[in-house]
Design a protein around this ligand. Structure first.
Ligand code: SF4
Ligand code: SF4
Length: 105
């Protein structure tokens, strides 16, 4: 039986999220959306929740990323912050096409 190690959320700067404590995610398994790699697990709450351990990536719908294999994340870890939208995004996202062009030259 193959046991897959889920990627950890190495850091998340979105302090207002219910799963965030001291810039660390504590969600048991976040879902990353596509085509923009937003954290779909993010929500605001007065209460903090989640698990004691560091949060992990449960699933990712963004198959345009080089780390995505069958809608699962294969990176060892990801980082999350708010950059281009008003929602938390996966900063580890790497467009698949850009890497292919680099190999083509
Ligand atoms: S990665 Fe997502 S669920 Fe985890 S703390 Fe950040 S915004 Fe919240
Ligand atoms: S690194 Fe890529 S595959 Fe992994 S969660 Fe982020 S966008 Fe999805």
């Amino acid at each position: 039986m193959i046991i897959k190690t889920m990627p950890i959320v190495r850091s998340c700067s979105v302090m207002e999220c219910a799963y965030n404590r001291e810039t660390a995610c504590h969600a048991g398994g976040i879902t990353v959306e596509g085509p923009v790699p937003l954290c779909g697990t993010y929500f605001r709450s007065q209460r903090k929740g989640g698990i004691q351990e560091t949060g992990t990536v449960g699933a990712c719908k963004n198959d345009g990323c080089v780390y995505n294999d069958s809608f699962e994340c294969t990176a060892s870890a990801i980082e999350v912050s708010i950059h281009y939208t008003d929602r938390p995004e996966c900063d580890t996202f790497t467009q698949r096409r850009i890497v292919k062009e680099a190999w083509d030259v």
